[in-house]
Design a protein around this ligand. Structure first.
Ligand code: MN
Length: 231
């Protein structure tokens, strides 16, 4: 088979302990998954899950020990960080039961759901889609993926984010409204999950703006940290 021009490269993420990479199919995101963040965004935290997607080529994969680069996007004056646990799917399926969900998980990474908050807010006001606020270029930084068996008791751990050395976000992962298996159950009822799917599982409270030159450091117990510079 030939193409009329060279196809774009497949998005992929590094995997801890191997040179083989995780090939990315889709990027799903959970809109609001910690009570305190839901409240800061004006909701109760008890609503059913909201899902949205980012295009796979919005991924900014960052190697272990490296500092990635995120370009400050166009059109916004309120560019926000959201630190999130990212679930990497290794076995696909549809209508996956929560108690079967963990065997579909390949591994986990620390990610940033970067957000043009002013544009998202404008779309919410107009009852429009969030694409312009969430699905722009460089919107999905991701650190190296740790395979599930090596992540241990990750889901009992903590997630946090610092900007220029000052902590802005911190939570126990146990504070999620919907657990990882529940998210997989809900998502796979709506879409067939495929190996290579990534799920950004929502951010805790403390989201806020970053400026050009800021250093964002995101961490999650048991996983490789993620560092990116806004430029
Ligand atoms: Mn988010």
């Amino acid at each position: 088979m030939s193409y009329v021009f060279a196809p774009p490269p497949l998005a992929s993420a590094p995997v801890v302990g191997t040179t083989a990479r995780f090939p990315v199919h889709r990027i799903y995101c959970v809109g609001s998954n910690y009570r305190a963040h839901a409240e800061e965004m004006g909701r109760t935290g008890r609503e059913p899950p909201v899902f949205f997607m980012k295009p796979p080529d919005a991924l900014v994969p960052v190697e272990a020990g490296a500092t990635g680069e995120v370009l400050y996007p166009s059109l916004t004056h309120n560019f926000h960080h959201e630190v999130e646990l990212v679930v990497a799917i290794g076995i696909g399926g549809r209508d996956i039961a929560a108690d079967e969900a963990m065997r579909h998980v390949f591994g986990y990474g620390v990610g940033l759901d970067m957000t043009r908050r002013d544009l998202q807010a404008e779309m919410k006001k107009r009852s429009g889609p969030w694409c312009i606020g969430k699905g722009f270029d460089h919107a999905a930084p991701l650190g190296p993926i740790t395979v599930a068996a090596q992540a241990g008791t990750l889901l009992e751990g903590q997630i946090s984010l610092c900007v220029n050395g000052t902590q802005r976000q911190h939570s126990a992962l146990g504070e999620m409204t919907w657990s990882v298996p529940e998210i997989i159950a809900h998502l796979s009822a709506a879409w067939a999950l495929v190996p290579g799917d990534l799920i950004y599982t929502g951010t805790p409270a403390g989201v806020g703006a970053v400026e050009r030159g800021d250093l964002i450091e995101a961490a999650c117990t048991g996983l490789q940290p993620l560092r990116v510079r806004v430029s």
